[in-house]
Design a protein around this ligand. Structure first.
Ligand code: SAM
Length: 297
């Protein structure tokens, strides 16, 4: 991914160019989701075999990336990079509606909250000689880079941990372009303690877009392990997705992983409490679809 820094827009945009303003548009509702659901069901019924390109995918190439790469970093980037009004013509107008559905707006809002939260945690540590950061399930780590860019001189090492080797190495290349000292580590988050020597004493651990797919037992197991990698006064930044009216659309049209565990805000807070954190600060984005949490062990 080639990244351009737009320094002149720093006040309203993040260093990597994301508009910082939270999206709150409620206009895209059933009038768009219902016809699209019907169209996808129809094209699925025409599909001769799984994986064959459907009429729907041919018609909407940007939406296809989200459908085919679901849960992977490419689909996240397609949503993060979408700017309202990007598409042209009738197809573009429909895609624009899809990429501005509340779940897409909420995902970009989560990104903005993660950037803001990481930036504040980095600012709190400016007096430190150096800062160690770990991104678990890093994907393209765009939000992490966005937050780190202004503090890159302070970063001792940012570790990008992902079980997809292509994600981790592509992210490492982007970090190098941006001048952020980063190292890719490929591995399973549930085996992360095997890397204890290189990963211990982290100031900030970010784990976004992973616990949404885990059952309660696995979430507790993961946080128990991650706490062992934190420095005293270190923090974990995580997030969760909540039940919302677009779940069927997300499963069918976006082809999103059916294992997604939608927990409401209260269940998320209770789950975090059961993980034994000393303090948890929760910030919900305006659609109430994602909450970002700052956790002190
Ligand atoms: C939904 S993406 C989120 C990426 C990024 N954190 C973000 O917020 O854009 C999930 C990422 O988790 C990675 N992943 C899934 N299961 C994992 C596991 N058990 N261990 C490590 N990485 C995992 C995937 O490869 C993918 O890059």
């Amino acid at each position: 991914m080639k990244t351009t820094i737009k320094s002149s827009q720093a006040a309203v945009r993040t260093p990597l160019g994301m508009n910082r303003e939270l999206e709150r548009d409620l206009c895209t509702r059933n009038h768009i989701t219902k016809p699209l659901l019907a169209l996808v069901r129809f094209t699925k019924s025409l599909e001769a075999r799984e994986g064959k390109q459907t009429f729907f995918d041919k018609l909407f190439p940007n939406a296809k990336i989200v459908r085919v790469k679901n849960r992977r970093h490419q689909s996240m980037d397609a949503i993060y990079n979408w700017e309202p009004g990007k598409g042209s013509g009738l197809r573009g107008a429909v895609e624009n509606k899809m990429f501005t559905l509340r779940n897409c707006q909420a995902l970009r809002n989560r990104y903005r909250l993660v950037v803001g939260t990481l930036e504040s945690e980095l600012i709190k540590r400016v007096e430190q000689k150096e800062i160690k950061m770990l991104s678990v399930a890093a994907g393209s780590a765009r939000a992490v880079f966005d937050a780190c860019y202004g503090h890159r001189d302070k970063i001792h090492l940012l570790t990008l941990f992902d079980n997809d080797p292509t994600a981790a190495t592509a992210a490492e290349a982007t970090a190098s372009e941006l001048g952020i000292p980063a190292k890719a580590v490929t591995g399973d988050a549930f085996q992360i303690l095997e890397h204890t020597d290189s990963l211990k004493e982290q100031d900030i651990i970010e784990v976004i877009g992973l616990i949404d797919y885990l059952d309660d037992h696995s979430v507790r197991r993961l946080f128990t392990d991650l706490k062992k990698l934190l420095k005293k006064d270190g923090v974990i930044i995580t997030s969760h997705i909540h039940p919302n009216e677009e779940i069927e659309f997300v499963r069918t049209v976006a082809n999103w992983d059916a294992s997604m565990q939608y927990r409401d805000a209260q269940a998320f807070a209770l789950l975090l409490r059961s993980c034994g954190f000393r303090h948890a600060e929760l910030i919900q984005e305006p659609h109430g679809i994602h909450t970002v949490a700052i956790l002190e062990a």
